[in-house]
Design a protein around this ligand. Sequence first.
Ligand code: BGC
Length: 458
Amino acid sequence: MAEATYTFPPDFLWGTATSAHQVEGDNKNNDWWDWEQKRDGRVFDDHVSGEAAGWWSGQAEWDIERMAALNNNAHRMSIEWSRIEPREGEWNHTALDRYREILKKMHAEGIQPMITLHHFTNPMWFVHRGGWLHPDSPKWFAAFVKKAVAELADLCSTWCTINEPNVYASYSYFLGKWPPGMTDLSAYFRVLKHLMLAHAAAYSIIHDLQPQAQVGLAKHMTLWQPHTSSPLDRLATRMIDRAFNGVTLDVLETGEWRPIVGRRERLDQCRNTLDWIGLNYYARYDVSFSLRALKSLGITYGVRAGVERGPEDWGELYPAGIFENIKRLYKQFRLPIYITENGLPDEHDNRRARWIAESLRHVWRAVNFNWPVKGYYFWSLIDNFEWAEGYDPRFRFGLYGVNFDTQERTLRKSGEFYAEIAGTGKLSSEMVSRYAPRLEKKLFPGTGPEDFQVVDLG
Ligand code: BGC
């Protein structure tokens, strides 16, 4: 059978993403640790993060070698604010040194780091002062950013200020699933506004310290579609998309803050605060209007019957959504785009290779429209602590499996696949036939002579 190939640009970044609390272990001074200790059923089976994937105590170095073994040239990691600033204004140099070691190891292995400065966790002192609801929260975060960037700038120049402001604000302040467990829509918007101001402050601090820095944030883009074509379902879809996606994107573009609940205002300092934008993409949901959902303005969402979906409340596994989101971000911002996360929960590794192949085929398509997608960070390198899902085996995201009792790693088949793609900068029909044969015809229609039809033009 003839071979066909999707080829990526030679300078494309191939990486994976992780976050501090999910892999480091022993993060005892932040709000997630505190939340886990409650053991009140809000984390799956009352799991605690514990040693996680052992990065703090030495596993990081081994895992960085694994990144290199996957032929990767990039990694997105986060640093833990509560380690670096355990009490307000007090800096822990041992923690900063540990991060320096980790970053140096990445450089030694040919891995270009991107550092995320906030990935869902907060120091306890910050929480006690009111956390992200407090109007001074952006200022407190900015002081941390100033210190951390000053200390690490010689080892990193790509910064991601905040991971998924909407996911954090909605799970923690509206859905009540993450600390502090609030269920208040106006708190969601207040927190989101403070996160955007914190991002803007971080952007200018980083550029003052490191003029050549490349600064952005990771925007989780959930894809919403109306469950039916009824005007109410369509309206509900527009509303949830605005609340979750539009409000954040618009303030970054125009400086206009237009929440669904709360006062509109100008936040001009948020304009022009992106050198690139990060896209985290996972799933699609169907949206309906329901009179029973008054607390959420009549908006409910779920997954339509018959489609491939993830476990529990996870949405539809719809890889083409990555293309729609790249298009949207490009149209709105005309900036370089990194796919800062993309992945799926897949305990038995029987979907991951297909997901990677289809997603990358869409990324390739975007690149070939000349949309500036510069890199792809798969979520995740290794299995890790999955927030409210704890260590629920159904929520395994890694290219390497982790045995959390022994810290042993096992390379999954999908990891081998990703290593081949990253190593060659190509996705070929031959690779797909080995790792995701079900997709061969879909991704490469007409790769073999048997598909070749002579059309009689008469
Ligand atoms: C988060 C990660 C998380 C992943 C999978 C993303 O929203 O940034 O921390 O593990 O999704 O759920």
